[in-house]
Design a protein around this ligand. Structure first.
Ligand code: C2E
Ligand code: MG
Ligand code: MG
Length: 565
């Protein structure tokens, strides 16, 4: 083809070349895109297909544009100017399509990567959930469920091979005191540490799991005899008893272990765990052995406890409770300063039941709240009767359990009892243990201030046994510290040097608190206490707890003015 001046059409070759380039680039782009699309995962297939369709559309458009350009050239209408402009436009269109394709491609890559990451996250979450369902969140030891599964498997294996296996039920001693006094964070750390020590003490084939609270269960597969089990449990007890360094403090804890053996004490997981628990409970009550093997007669103890609970429910209505009063004495003058009201239960068949046997049961089942209300009312009414009779009974102290102290009606109930009895608030002393106060320091302080505003006296009972932080004690409006009898017992003929008693007396006097020594039984103890300027004492040396009638007689007996002379 020639131009008007006979020269080859200058743009013909140019157009031809550009068309070829456009063709090749479009084809190459389409090829690349299709290849990319093929590489993507199934999850992004839809967007890929869409993208490929878009690419095809673009290619069709480009082809149409090329045909249009060719048509224009063949009809001889286009000139050099127009051809150049058309070529420029085509180039821009191409470039914009290339940018769009690149963007689409990048988007696809990002989508693919995200989808893969999500798939991995979902798998991880699934694995974690599976782990959580079978492990304890705090210690990461196998939980109740997994332990039972492993125990069931171990039983099946032991049955086939004729092995024996052992289940240990481990309960920490006085964990509640540590948890209440040092806080839940320290309690949690302690449980984690105990879990680690148990794990370190057992063999790889054994399982150590957390049952809940401060209870752990260990499964020992293949045990030769009771002696072998005893050796292992001793090792565990020693490991648990090693001191713990928690939150900058040294903490000590012990454990009681109950043991059941397959096949002697049961042939299924539930029975073996239950009987190990019964043996542990028996060990706790007994207080002598750290580790107890299950014996069938132990079940009787558990039954007995249930019976105590049932009988306690009826005791209040049937009038089986009575208050005894133990005198408190001024150690310098010997005068009676008051009394502590102590609950006594006379069971219709069993006779006198010791408070140590029934008060923990009443606390556990919540009955201590109505029983405590009865004690408070009875003590206030009795003290006021003595006052009205001109007997000068001094103050009356009433023991308050954790559940009563925290009960929403406690303060209102106390006000009502004081109003009903007419007893001066300053003549009533409430004895609360450290553990109760430390459980929630802020709430305790609020209640104590409310009580103090009423005008009653506040005493810390069994002082020295509860891991109290002295800085907290200083914040409470406490009038009296009662030194626990276990420290008093260390003084004198039978004991040591009474360093703790001396320190508590000194601390109490510097904080402006009255100090009462509990459980004074020996003259040496009295002398020691007097020499250390302890103001008051209570104990068998002066008097055992007495009935209301007995206490009235005690107040009026000749020589009652001086008990220690
Ligand atoms: P506690 O409040 O520390 O009471 C002192 C306990 O020591 C009493 O035991 C008392 O009889 C005993 N005791 C007093 N002097 C001596 C002594 O010289 N030597 C010895 N070995 N013991 C002495 P009890 O009456 O058996 O009460 C035991 C615990 O039961 C009380 O300890 C108290 O925590 C609780 N309790 C008693 N009555 C009540 C009550 O009405 N309500 C509540 N919540 N708890 C009570
Ligand atoms: Mg007391
Ligand atoms: Mg006490």
């Amino acid at each position: 083809m020639t131009s008007n001046n006979g020269m080859p059409f200058p743009t013909e070759r140019g157009f031809g070349e550009r068309n070829d380039i456009a063709d090749r680039r479009v084809d190459a782009l389409a090829r690349d895109t299709i290849l990319l699309v093929r590489e993507r995962q199934m999850s992004t297939r839809e967007s890929l297909v869409r993208s490929r369709e878009e690419t095809m559309d673009k290619r069709d458009n480009l082809a149409q544009e090329r045909e249009h350009t060719l048509g224009t050239r063949e009809s001889g209408v286009g000139d050099h100017e127009r051809g150049m402009r058309e070529a420029e436009r085509l180039k821009r269109v191409l470039e914009s399509h290339i940018v769009k394709l690149r963007q689409a491609n990048e988007h696809l890559v990002i989508t693919t990567v995200r989808t893969q990451a999500m798939a991995e996250q979902i798998q991880q979450a699934r694995d974690r959930m599976g782990h959580m369902a079978h492990h304890d969140f705090l210690t990461d030891l196998p939980n109740r469920l997994l332990l039972k599964e492993r125990l069931a498997q171990a039983i099946a294996l032991a049955q086939r091979k004729g092995h024996r296996l052992a289940v240990l039920f481990i309960d920490l001693d006085r964990f509640k005191v540590i948890n209440d006094s040092l806080g839940h964070a320290v309690g949690d750390q302690l449980l984690q540490e105990v879990g680690q020590r148990l794990l370190a003490a057992v063999r790889g084939s054994d399982t150590a799991g957390r049952q809940g609270g401060d209870e752990f269960v260990v499964l020992l597969t293949e045990v030769a005899n009771e002696r072998a089990v005893s050796e292992l449990t001793d090792k565990m007890c020693k490991a648990i008893a090693e001191p713990y360094q928690l939150a900058g403090q040294v903490v000590h804890i012990g454990a009681t272990i109950g043991i059941s053996i397959y096949p002697d004490d049961g042939d299924d997981a539930d029975t073996l765990i239950r009987n190990a628990d019964v043996a542990m409970y028996h060990g706790k009550l007994d207080g002598r052995d750290r580790c107890s093997f299950y014996r069938p007669e132990m079940n009787l103890r558990a039954v007995e406890r249930q019976r105590t609970e049932a009988d306690l429910h009826r005791a209040l209505d049937r009038g089986e409770f009575e208050l005894y009063y133990q005198p408190k004495v001024n150690l310098h003058t010997g005068a009676i300063t008051g009394s502590e009201a102590l609950l006594r239960w006379t069971h219709p068949e069993q006779g006198a039941v010791a408070p140590a046997r029934f008060i923990p049961v009443a606390e556990e089942c919540g009955l201590i709240v109505p029983i405590g209300r009865w004690v408070l009312r009875e003590a206030c009414l009795q003290a006021q009767r003595w006052n009205l009779a001109g007997l000068r009974p001094g103050s009356v102290a009433v023991n308050i359990s954790a559940l009563e102290f925290r009960h929403t009606d406690f303060v209102a109930g106390l006000r009502a009892v004081l109003a009903e009895s007419g007893l001066a608030p300053s003549s009533l002393e409430l004895e609360i243990t450290e553990g109760v106060l430390m459980r929630d320091v802020n709430a305790s302080a609020a209640i104590l201030h409310e009580l103090k505003a009423i005008g009653v006296m506040l005493a810390i009972d069994d002082f020295g046994t509860g891991y109290s932080s002295l800085s907290y004690l200083n914040q409470f409006p406490i009038d009296v510290l009662k030194i626990d009898q276990s420290f008093v017992r260390e003084i004198g003929a039978s004991g040591g040097d009474g360093v703790i008693v001396g320190a508590v007396i000194a601390m109490g006097s510097s904080l402006g608190q009255r100090v009462v020594a509990e459980g004074v039984e020996e003259r040496e103890q009295l002398q020691f206490l007097c020499a250390r300027q302890c103001q008051e004492g209570q104990g068998y040396l002066f008097s055992r707890p007495l009935s209301a009638h007995g206490f009235a007689a005690f107040l009026t007996r000749p020589g009652a003015a001086c008990l220690h002379c």
